[in-house]
Design a binder for this molecule. Structure first.
Ligand code: PHE
Length: 392
């Protein structure tokens, strides 16, 4: 910065420095002379010029708008405005440098500023004190604590997880699919002919008709989705919620839960299926359980069967749970129909497989002696609390 700059007379005092506007080479700028006449130059063409009056006005605005609702906010106010080293005291110190003709006006403004700052401090203090009263009462450390409420797994999830765990031991993996299905994956690919009575058999909730979208009536649709994408060997479990248009009662609901299984590979036989299901029944119900397969019909399996397990409550003697038959029906199963394999692009002359599917809700009713199916979906905390100690 050249020393020989000619300063115009309108210098202003700024925060301990004299600020001189000048014009040099067509560019506006300022020079700061430091306190105690130390010559420090700062060339800053963009700096706006302030006088003491401007500074006081901006501080008044700052104080008026200041908000604090905590002790630390209050401390921040003190540090900025009212402490010994705060800005107001600094301004009082600088007062002696104010040009004579301005002294009266600036002096009055400074006093008003100081009063305002201390009044504001008192108001903030009061506000924080009044809040403290309401804050401290609920935090009385001598009050007894609130117990930590621990949630629990839903009984249906527990049963489902147990089944999954048992089949995972022998290499089955969990697969999933959408609950809103198209006609192909829920019916057609599974060998349900158009107008096949089986379509009536499953009274279905349609979301739209033509093209048909519906709430899946079983998780067999997931098996189709996996077979379309994956080459054998396939060994999957499809757990999930399914929907059927049934009257809601203690023993049936318009939605329930299933776990279905599928195994496709070369040379898979009905005997493999029987052995796998026996393994499952023993792991699920106990070593001494017996299984029984009765012929049945499903469009997507040929041959098809219904599997019963011996009643573990009466050990086969007959009770009201097994309706005095000694047996409980727990799942449908069978060898996957070759048409279904072909529908999914799997060569049925090379591959074969079995599928099975069971409802979880009835199983859970039996396991926990729940008298009414509707309890599972009523969200009654008194019912759910009883399962807190369960595992899996
Ligand atoms: N999908 C059948 C049902 O919902 C169950 C089943 C699955 C039967 C696989 C046989 C084979 O009832």
């Amino acid at each position: 910065m050249p020393e020989d700059v000619v300063f115009p007379a309108n210098k202003v005092f700024f925060h301990g420095c004299w600020v001189y506007p000048f014009v040099s080479g067509g560019c506006e700028g300022v020079i700061f002379f430091g306190k105690n006449q130390r010559k420090s130059y700062l060339y800053a063409p963009f700096i706006k010029l302030y006088c003491m009056q401007d500074i006081i006005r901006s501080l008044i605005q700052e104080i008026t708008q200041f908000e604090a609702d905590s002790q630390s906010g209050l401390e921040a106010f003190r540090a900025r405005f009212t402490n010994k080293k705060a800005v107001i005291n600094e301004l009082f110190e600088d007062f002696r440098n104010v040009p004579k003709e301005d002294k009266r006006e600036v002096g009055q403004m400074l006093n008003e500023l100081k009063t305002l700052a201390f009044e504001k401090l008192a108001t903030l203090q009061e506000l924080i004190e009044s809040k403290k009263v309401t804050y401290t009462l609920p935090h009385d450390l001598s009050l007894p604590g609130d117990a930590f409420v621990q949630g629990a797994r839903h009984p249906l999830a527990t049963v489902m997880n147990r089944i999954i765990h048992i089949f995972e031991q022998i290499g089955f993996e969990v697969a999933s699919g959408p609950e809103i299905e198209d006609d192909w994956h829920n019916f057609s690919a599974l060998n349900f002919q158009d107008n096949h009575p089986a379509r009536d058999m499953q009274d279905t909730f349609f979301v739209s008709v033509n093209p048909d979208f519906l709430l899946r009536t079983h998780t067999s649709s997931v098996q189709i989705r996996v077979m379309e994408k994956q080459k054998p060997p396939i060994r999957i479990l499809a757990p999930g919620r399914v929907y059927r248009n049934e009257a809601v009662s203690a023993r049936s609901h318009c939605f329930f839960h299933q776990v279905e299984g599928l195994y496709i590979d070369k040379d898979v036989s009905f005997a493999d299926m029987q052995q796998t299901l026996l393994y499952f029944a023993k792991a699920m119900f106990g070593e001494d359980v017996k299984i029984r397969l009765r012929p049945s019909y499903f469009p997507f399996t040929e041959i098809s069967a219904e599997m019963d397990v011996s009643c573990q409550i009466c050990k086969g003697d007959g009770c009201n749970v097994c309706k005095y038959t000694g047996w409980l029906e727990i799942m449908g199963c069978g060898m996957v129909d070759p048409n279904v394999l072909e529908n999914c692009g799997i060569d049925s002359s090379v591959y074969s497989g079995y599928a099975f599917g069971m409802g979880i809700d009835r199983l859970a009713m039996m396991t926990y002696k729940v008298p009414d199916l509707r309890m599972f979906s009523q969200n009654d905390i008194r019912f759910l609390k009883q399962f807190e100690k369960m595992e899996l």
